[in-house]
Design a protein around this ligand. Structure first.
Ligand SMILES: Cc1ncc(COP(=O)(O)O)c(C=O)c1O
Length: 288
C-alpha cells in the first residue's frame, strides 16, 4: 500500500509521522473521509470545501490548495490500483514539543491513505441497525464546533464503545438540552408522517456530504424535508429513522435502545432515499 505523506508517495512501512506530532500529542488536526466509486471520487469538491472550513475554524494554516489535494488523491488511487476505495485525508498542525499547547507555527502534516472499500454486510442493511441514546453528550459548539471535522475524537470513541457494549451499532448523541444531534460518525434523520426531519448542521452536528445529497434528493422528489431542532421525544412519533455517512450511505435504523422504530423494519421513505442516493453516487462517479 502506498501512502501520501507530506507531498511524497511512500510505501506503508515507510509512512511515518513524528512522535512530537501535534495530532499524536493533542488531537490537534482535522480529517476527511471520502469514497471513490468506479474510480471517480464522490463529491470531492464538497469534502475539500469542508476540509478548508475546518482548517479555517481552527486557524490551521498551510493547507495545499484544492487542485493539489485532488491531484494527490487521484495519484494515490492510481498508484494503489484502486477502483472502489475509502480515502482518508488527515491534516495536523505539524510537530511541536510536549507541553507546548499553543504551538509554534510550523508546516502542517498531511497524510492521505486509500484502501479498498469494504461495504457493510448487505444483511445488516436489509435488517436495519440498532442504536442507543448515549450517556455521552455531544461536544458543545462553544467547546469545539461540531462542524469542524476534528481528529479529537475521544468522546465519540467512548460513546461508540458504550454503544457496542449495549449491543448497538451506533450511538446517538444528545446535546445538553436533550435535543438529538447526530451519531458518532453519522448524521441522523427521522421520518414522521412522511415528513423528513434532521437536526441542524452546521448547528448541532457535522454538515455531512451524504446528508446534503439526501436533502437534495428529497427536494428533487418533492418530499417534505426540514432541518430543525428535534427534542429526543421526536423519536417516539417517528415511523422511520436512518443514518447517513460516506461509507454507510443511507442506513435504516430499526431499534432504539431495544424498542422498534415504527414497524421494526426499514421503512419506504428510507428505502427510496437509499436507492436514490446509491444511483446518484454511481451517476456522479462512474466514468466521471
Ligand atoms: C460526527 C459525524 N457526523 C456526520 C458524519 C457524516 O458525514 P459524511 O456524510 O460527509 O460522511 C460523519 C462522517 O464521518 C461524522 O464523523
Amino acid at each position: 500500500v502506498w501512502v501520501h505523506v507530506n507531498g511524497r508517495l511512500v510505501e506503508e512501512t515507510e509512512a511515518t509521522v513524528s512522535v512530537f506530532g501535534r495530532g499524536f500529542l493533542y488531537g490537534d488536526g482535522i480529517f476527511e473521509s471520502l469514497r471513490a466509486i468506479g474510480g471517480g471520487i464522490f463529491r470531492l469538491d464538497r469534502h475539500l470545501d469542508r476540509l478548508r472550513r475546518s482548517a479555517a475554524r481552527i486557524a490551521l494554516e498551510g493547507l495545499p490548495d484544492g487542485g493539489r489535494l485532488g491531484a494527490a488523491i487521484r495519484d494515490l488511487i492510481a498508484r494503489n490500483r484502486l477502483v472502489d476505495a475509502r480515502i482518508r485525508i488527515t491534516v495536523t498542525r505539524g510537530s511541536g514539543r510536549p507541553g507546548d499547547y499553543a504551538g509554534a507555527a510550523g508546516d502542517p502534516t498531511l497524510v492521505i491513505y486509500a484502501a479498498p472499500f469494504q461495504p457493510l454486510d448487505p444483511a445488516v442493511r436489509e435488517r436495519g441497525v440498532a442504536v442507543t441514546l448515549s450517556s455521552v453528550r455531544q461536544v458543545p459548539a462553544d467547546v469545539l464546533d461540531p462542524a469542524v471535522k476534528s481528529i479529537s475524537r475521544l468522546s465519540a470513541v467512548l460513546a461508540r464503545r458504550e454503544a457496542v457494549a449495549r449491543g448497538a451499532f451506533e450511538a446517538i448523541l444528545l446535546d445538553a438540552g436533550g435535543h438529538l444531534t447526530e451519531g458518532t460518525v453519522s448524521n441522523l434523520f427521522l421520518v414522521d408522517a412522511g415528513r423528513i426531519r434532521t437536526p441542524p448542521a452546521p448547528g448541532v452536528g457535522l454538515p455531512g456530504v451524504t446528508r446534503e445529497a439526501v436533502l437534495e434528493i428529497a427536494a428533487g422528489a418533492g418530499l417534505q424535508a426540514s432541518e430543525e431542532p428535534l427534542p429526543v421525544s421526536a423519536l417516539d412519533s417517528a415511523g422511520e429513522l436512518f443514518l447517513t455517512n460516506t461509507s454507510w450511505e443511507v442506513l435504516p435504523v430499526t431499534r432504539v435502545d431495544g424498542r422498534p422504530v415504527g414497524a421494526g423494519v426499514p421503512g419506504p421513505v428510507t428505502l427510496r432515499l437509499a436507492r436514490d442516493f446509491r444511483d446518484l453516487m454511481r451517476r456522479e462517479c462512474v466514468h466521471a
